[in-house]
Design a protein around this ligand. Sequence first.
Ligand code: NAP
Length: 679
Amino acid sequence: MVLTLQSYAENRWVAPGAGAVEIPSAVDGRVIATASSAGVDFGAMVRHARQVGGPALRALTFHQRAEMLKRLAVHLTERKEALYELSYDTGATRRDSWIDIDGGIGTLFAYASRGRKELPSERFVLDGAFEPLSKNGSFVGAHIMTPLHGVAVHVNAFNFPCWGMLEKLAPTILAGVPVITKPATATAYLAHAMFAMIVESGILPPGAVQFVAGSTGDLLEHLNGQDVVSFTGSAITSGKLRDHPTVSRNAVRFIAERDSLNAAILGTDVTPESPEFDLFIKEVAREMTAKAGQKCTAIRRVIVPRERVEAVRDALAARLGKLAIGNPRDEKVAVGPLASQQQRRDVRENIAKLAGESEIVFGDPLHCTVVDADADAGAFLSPVLLHCAEPIRAERVNHVEAFGPVSTLLPYDGLDQAIDLAQRGEGSLVASAFSYDADVTEQLVMGLAPFHGRLYLVDRDSAKEATGHGSPLPALVHGGPGRAGGGEEMGGLRGVYHYMQRTALQGSPAKLTALTKTWGQGAPTKVEGPHPFRKNFDEIAIGDTVVTPARTISLEDIEHFANFTGDRFYAHMDEEAAKANPFFPGRVAHGYLILSFAAGLFVDPAPGPLLANYGLERLRFLKPVSPGDSIRVRLTVKSKRSARLPDYGEVRWDAEVFNQNDETVAQYDVLTMSARPAP
Ligand code: NAP
């Protein structure tokens, strides 16, 4: 049965109009689906996102959006087998599909968890601390981030139809911005199936997501400065979209992830006997063949010391020679077909270009033996390893991306040359350095970092748990400068902030405290009423304050503390030695003693709604406390956030410890957990 892919616009599926494109299976060429976006009103889609999806998402807090992402991840997990089945026809083996399907769902889970843990239960983010702007503290600054009021248009490449969609969708929805997603047509049936599951779940509010099956028509013409285009694909298409008159005229935010000539470098210290040598061979072979080399992060340039070229070539050839190519449904098969016959033609053309200045040392681009499939009907291609003997004089190896199981061996003479070669890629997503030598690694990192979004540093100590050269991770940035597009995706909350506007606020501490729901120096405090430890989470108010009486610290206190804890550091115990230290006037109190006495001053001891202290942050000891000094504490409720369980809430307190001269001796945030009233 041939699937008819429909766009999802304005909360309904739109039957395709004329001119549908046929999408063949990568494995046997039979038509799997047809797609056309003719008849879709792109202007109405954009309006729907702005008028319906955006307001609905912005009405929710980060925690509520994170909760939806988690439910969505669970919903997709329960249905993923149907996606695996469909994925074979894209040419993916089960392992390849795992990266795409489970990897994509994993990104949803990861953003759900980060949203809950690292973002407030609010609709804005306070970015950093208040900035003092005036001598007397009556005028301060702060930065907030709020979701853009537009739509995020996500245009994806064909190679990871599920992961590509979800790794963009998760941070965008968490930010509170609606999405119009457009998969590459060649594998759109898989993205379509996953998207249909998202719609069917009913978890996201109306207008939060829309889907384009087929071309984007005049979509970009409707965008403005509140919108974002996030593109993954080739440099040529990226250039077209970035230079679109509406995109440039309206300064539409544009994020690009595009082709990249990623390198793997074997360190000068590695011999064929070193564990790093085997790790290098395994990684290069895996990167050449996973997803049949159709990965933006795949290793295209294998940069090795000249004296190791033969050993690397032979070891790689031996490894690649063992891999079965063929029907991805067959468990013996390690390398499936490329996504389409067109893709294979493109890759062969690019191999021919590369072969103009390199020789093929493994594989035949025109023939390969296949398992359990018809070699002519599917887009099968043998892995191809080339060797470019004089890369310093070569051009194409640094510019031509054969987006298939293709890499080129480049010999280098000295680490500077290895770095120079890697830099000639003009900006890549990722490079690997295989070395067990700290100096070699440092030299490589300093030379490669400005040209790469990620560096994968592998050795015998980390190999067992290392996540792989080619795996972008939600916690780390994915993107690269220059040729790689100059964009950045994921990277934890960094990926969320691409869809938000950062705004500087200036005003009085009271005004900014009220707006940001975060107490800042100079804002009013409330010291009357019951001790705030006696209040439950809902009763506690920002600015509630305890001001304690003073306590004098004696030499006996210091010695008692030293003997009791075992911390007999000379600055507390030896007057002469302490005096010789540039920071101390003589023996001083332990920082931890100051903290302990401070707690002794501000706690309210009886059982009550305050349940636990779970940490301190930003702790600084600013002035030494000598025997005979007195300390007192101001403890103010700085901010509140609801905890994972509804019975509790987290309270952050601003603690400041003063001496008898009103000088601050210590400052820190105290984190506590308080009970909420029973509903
Ligand atoms: P592509 O041909 O540039 O297509 C990418 C996307 O752009 C597809 O969805 C395509 O839709 C769409 N598109 C093409 N022309 C368009 C236009 N005029 N207006 C709006 N959209 C348009 O790239 P691809 O062949 O799918 O992917 C392979 C390339 O992507 C490789 O070069 C690879 O390195 C790169 N890639 C990069 C990353 C990364 O994260 N950096 C990840 C994966 C792939 P149609 O399919 O409908 O034409």
